[in-house]
Design a protein around this ligand. Structure first.
Ligand code: C2O
Length: 348
């Protein structure tokens, strides 16, 4: 059977809960969303407008200003508003740090963990879908698209510089200070790279080819291990989830912090705005992978398709969504700016 969306009124009551990363991390109950008396069923957006998610390193000054303003307003919302910046970060914590059990699926002793399995891509797609719409509504711009950190192209491999301005709402002090202006290492394993920038770029392109093409020749290899009701967490992540997704988290996370906060730990990752741009590009990889043809198709397992989650939308309504409804970004009203994909030609 498919995993059923958690009952948020039971958030934080997981007796197994506990942050395994370190004693100083918060309890699952600290990540719980405000409760809601009503759950709505998802409806596809009806607007005429389409959102094009732009490459983060190519943003115009006015787009940067718009993004910054939207995040600033999100941070200024009341702390208990589900659209508030920290509330949105908590979504990641709640679904990943043991705040929910699978009690709605009949397994109250098994916790929910949407990483390291086939839930990784669809969960994050839905998460960003609502995040983007909340940002757009806060600036009254229904065309607002969440920028993607284009770490798979040479010109996009650094953290875009506007994230480093301390007066910006996009700024986060908890990042690895050695990497603020460095070329990202898509294979980062905790050791600083000794390669020259040029070699890092070549290496990164080879990693992209390997993870999206060579190591993802069928749907389960791309999406990750099967995860159904009753499944214990950690089935094994798909190729892109394992790398570059996780190395980028660790590479940005701050080694001065005990648990690699912010980006380097599940509970805190969503506190860095870079998280959403990082995941926008991860989500773009799903779309790109499907253009490769042949077996590069979405899973057809009905447990995957019928998995559900709940999120608050831009009107503060709690909405139930299904994996099967997120497979086509065009139906969700967005797409990605077309940019070169240099690694497709980087077969070693
Ligand atoms: Cu939910 Cu990039 O992790």
């Amino acid at each position: 059977a498919p995993l059923v969306a958690p009952d948020i009124s039971k958030c934080g009551t997981n007796p197994l809960s506990g942050f395994k990363a370190g004693a100083d991390t918060p309890e699952g109950s600290d990540c719980c969303p405000p409760d809601s008396s009503q759950i709505m069923d998802f409806q596809f957006p009806k607007e005429e407008v389409f959102r094009v998610r732009p490459a983060a390193h190519l943003l115009s000054p006015s787009y940067i200003a718009k993004f910054n303003l939207a995040i600033k307003r999100m941070k200024e919302l009341p702390a208990d508003d589900p659209r508030n910046f920290l509330q949105q970060a908590h979504i990641h914590c709640a679904y990943c740090n043991g705040a929910y059990t699978q009690s709605s699926s009949g397994f109250p002793d098994v916790e929910i963990q949407i990483h390291n399995s086939w839930l990784f891509f669809p969960f994050h797609r839905w998460y960003l879908y609502f995040y983007e719409r909340i940002l757009g509504s806060l600036i009254d711009d229904p065309t607002f698209g969440l920028p993607f950190w284009n770490w798979d192209t040479p010109a996009g491999m650094k953290i875009p510089s506007y994230f480093n301005e301390s007066s910006s709402a996009l700024f986060d002090s908890k990042r690895n200070q050695d990497n603020l202006t460095a070329v990202v290492d898509l294979g980062y394993n905790g050791q600083p790279s000794t390669l020259s920038d040029l070699d890092k770029v070549t290496n990164n392109l080879a990693i992209m080819y390997k993870q999206v093409v060579t190591n993802a020749t069928d749907p389960l290899l791309f999406f990750g291990g099967e995860y159904r009701a009753g499944t214990e967490p950690i089935r094994g992540g798909g190729s892109v989830e394992q790398s570059p997704h996780t190395p980028v988290h660790r590479w940005v996370g701050d080694p001065r912090e005990l648990n690699g906060e912010d980006l380097g730990n599940f509970y805190s990752a969503g506190r860095d705005t870079l998280f959403y741009c990082h995941h926008s590009n991860v989500d773009r990889m799903w779309s790109l992978w499907k253009t490769l043809g042949g077996k590069h198709k979405d899973l057809t397992d009905s447990d995957w398709l019928n998995t559900s989650f709940v999120f608050y939308d831009e009107n503060k309504n709690l909405v139930r969504v299904y994996v099967k409804d997120c497979l086509l970004t065009s139906r969700l009203g967005y797409d990605y700016q077309r940019v070169d994909v240099p690694w497709l030609n980087s077969r070693p």
